[in-house]
Design a protein around this ligand. Structure first.
Ligand code: HMG
Ligand code: MG
Length: 300
């Protein structure tokens, strides 16, 4: 396979990033974050999550945030939905793209959403059916594709089975998530290849966390395999409440810097992205996890 000449970044900071941040941000800050991201040239911005507010208090204001963001033409704003209740809440405020999520690890599935993998997929079936009849686009996440905090190794066959099932159920894109950031490039490549035997590469995305500092290396390995959609979070926000030491998503600024350095087109204004990352870190009262933003905003 050849490395793609263009890549679409799916910015997940406002959802996957914030859902694991301890500092609760007011809705107005989240709205400003998404509007700033829209102005960078990003075309896919995951806006929020309509899960149970008891499970993810940070995103209890999903309806307020989604309603108020400036929906820029040509930009998609998918939201995470765990069940029919979340779907109804999302549709009530005009959502037209959603994302559903299942784990490749049985143990993780039970901790994350209180259901087995098969139960979680069964729960999504009515959501996917309604989405189809409503003309709502659905993205599917598979988490823990390269390791699980509870069961350790996750068999490749389980990753392939869940990815294939979500694709068969109508998900237009499947994002393969190394939720706890334990993967290394050879394993990432082998995992992507195995899934691509069952789901077309054009329908796949990769989603790395940087816990062990392997995220960019893993992304490069997957680019060489032909993947052209990459999830990342501005300022590298996030973590995983169920995985000790898990750090945030790979920082969007670092991914874009690498891609542009390789001559790969993203359509994103890196300077604006860096400004947004630095601004978000200040809102969260923490240092940015982006090496690029640190380098560019360091005092002389
Ligand atoms: P549950 O407690 O097992 O189920 O939660 P329940 O159906 O009995 O609901 C309990 C209460 O929540 C009820 O309220 C429901 O009405 C309410 P009560 O009667 O107690 O007052 N409820 C809701 N409220 C608002 N919106 C809803 C909703 N659903 C139920 N949609 C449930 C089951 C799935 C709801 C819960 O476990 C949940 O919301 N989990 C989400 C946790 C989460 O967001 N985890 C992170 C997902 S991201 C990820 O996994 C990885 C990814 O980022 C990729 C990667 O990094 O690898 C995608
Ligand atoms: Mg993630």
């Amino acid at each position: 396979m050849t490395t793609p000449s263009q890549v679409r970044i799916v910015e997940v900071g406002a959802r996957d990033g914030l859902q694991n941040e301890k500092t609760l941000l007011p809705a107005a800050v989240k709205i400003e974050l998404i509007d700033r991201l829209s102005a960078t040239g990003l075309r896919s911005i995951e806006a929020t999550s309509f899960v149970s507010p008891k499970w993810v208090p940070q995103l209890a204001d999903a309806a307020e945030v989604f309603s108020a963001i400036n929906k820029k033409p040509g930009v998609s704003y998918p939201v995470l939905v765990p069940n029919e209740q979340g779907y109804a809440r999302a549709r009530a405020v005009g959502v037209t793209e959603i994302a559903v999520f299942a784990a490749a690890s049985e143990a993780f599935s039970r901790k994350n959403i209180n259901a087995s993998i098969d139960e979680s997929i069964a729960r999504f079936e009515p959501v996917l059916a309604r989405a189809k009849s409503d003309g709502v686009k659905v993205r599917g996440y598979v988490s823990t594709v390269l390791g699980c905090p509870y069961q350790g190794e996750v068999p490749l066959a389980d990753v392939v089975r869940v990815a294939r099932r979500l694709h068969d159920l109508g998900c237009h894109e499947i994002s393969l998530g190394d939720t706890i950031g334990v993967g290394t490039p050879g394993k990432a490549k082998a995992m992507l290849k195995a899934v691509a035997n069952e789901v077309p590469m054009a329908a796949l995305a990769v989603h790395f966390h940087d816990t062990y500092g392997q995220a960019l290396a893993n992304i490069l390995a997957c680019l060489e395999e032909g993947v052209a959609v990459i999830d990342s979070a501005v300022s590298g926000t996030g973590g995983c409440p169920y995985a000790k030491g898990a750090s945030g998503n790979v920082a969007s600024e670092d991914v874009v810097y690498m891609l542009h350095g390789m001559g790969i087109v993203t359509g994103i204004d890196l300077d604006r992205l860096i400004d947004t990352g630095a601004w978000l870190a200040a809102q969260l009262h923490k240092d940015t996890a982006s090496r690029v933003t640190r380098a560019r905003t360091a005092p002389p």
